[in-house]
Write a protein that binds this ligand. Structure first.
Ligand SMILES: NC(=O)c1ccc[n+]([C@@H]2O[C@H](COP(=O)([O-])OP(=O)(O)OC[C@H]3O[C@@H](n4cnc5c(N)ncnc54)[C@H](OP(=O)(O)O)[C@@H]3O)[C@@H](O)[C@H]2O)c1
Length: 296
């Protein structure tokens, strides 16, 4: 069996598509294969020359064939809508199928401090998947992503609309990382040929506090927003009053509280070491998204 492909799962998602595009742009010397539940919908990637196969982690019997010929695989964690036992089962089935298919190295998109974060509710599936890898026989790259900077596109519009950024996090910064930077790091970890076992922290280059975020927002957008210390309940009520669906408002308030306990505060240089590039700053991100933030 010829095993030299690089394989990326979930190329129909935002992150997977970016990784696939970066591998195509980089002109990988070995063939690149992408898998998705719906490859037929990914005409642009097909036109760009990506080989696509169908893979649904809920259908484990078909996975070894979908992963055949891959030497290295990036396993993209499935959407949070699957959270809980189903998601852990999906990841475990994908890892076991990869072993069966002869994959020699699995990179996995995990969560910063998956086994110790105060945001356990979000991280538990990732910690279980990491354990499946670390207790198993295969070489791996665990890529612990910090929060995507794109989350700001959901959390900032209520602040812009109301003139107030409510947060119970008065102390800790957040090392937001741009999704495209995560994709660069994931693509680099897939290509670099590392064949041992490693855990890397994929974070932004600076930890930004709520007050710092407001400062950058006002400087970049010309707004006049103030940072307000508030309880978790008040944060949730404020976000709901600004129009977010109540379950999302509750979830974001819980995340905000976890951030206050230091989740996502740590800054690592692993991303820059992998990609050779400085991570996107929050300031640059706000500048790039100025129009869409102000339009909401
Ligand atoms: N660090 C953070 O802040 C953060 C934020 C959000 C999400 N995440 C995690 O990072 C992942 C990628 O983020 P994203 O923004 O690209 O999310 P997204 O656009 O919602 O993509 C969801 C991903 O899950 C895959 N998926 C869902 N069900 C699957 C199944 N049954 N079998 C195989 N794959 C399945 C999708 O693949 P196909 O559609 O191609 O089948 C797609 O790659 C998410 O799934 C989530 O685990 C991290």
């Amino acid at each position: 069996m010829h095993t030299s492909h690089l394989l990326v799962t979930g190329v129909g998602g935002h992150l997977g598509r970016l990784v696939a595009e970066q591998l195509i742009d980089a002109g990988a010397t070995v063939p690149v294969v992408g898998t998705s539940r719906s490859p037929e919908r990914l005409a642009t990637l097909i036109r760009r020359g990506l080989t696509l196969r169908r893979a649904d982690f809920d259908e484990p019997d078909a996975l070894p064939a979908a992963f055949a010929d891959a030497e290295r695989m990036l396993l993209i964690s499935t959407a949070a809508a699957n959270a809980g036992p189903r998601r852990v089962r999906q990841h475990t089935q994908a890892i076991r199928a990869a072993l069966q298919a002869g994959v020699r190295h699995i990179a996995y998109t995990s969560f910063l401090d998956a086994d110790s974060t105060p945001l356990q509710a979000l991280a538990a599936d990732h910690a279980s998947t990491e354990a499946e890898l670390t207790q198993g026989p295969v070489g791996h790259s665990i890529l612990r992503h910090a929060f995507y900077m794109e989350m700001l596109l959901t959390t900032l519009p209520p602040a812009i609309a109301s003139g107030r950024l409510l947060s119970s996090n008065t102390r800790a910064g957040v090392a937001y990382v741009a999704r495209a930077d995560c994709a660069s790091a994931d693509a680099a970890a897939l290509r670099d040929g590392f064949d041992g076992r490693r855990t890397l922290d994929i974070t932004g280059g600076q930890a930004v506090s709520a007050a710092g975020l407001v400062r950058q927002l006002n400087d970049t957008l010309g707004t006049d927003i103030v940072a307000v210390d508030a309880s978790r309940q008040d944060v949730a009520a404020h976000l709901a009053a600004c129009g977010l669906p109540p379950p999302m408002a509750q979830m974001l308030a819980a995340i905000d509280e976890g951030l206050g306990r230091g989740a996502m505060a740590r800054v690592s240089e692993d991303l820059e070491r992998l990609t050779g590039a400085r991570p996107t700053t929050v300031e640059a991100f706000l500048r790039d998204h100025r129009a869409s933030l102000l339009a909401r």
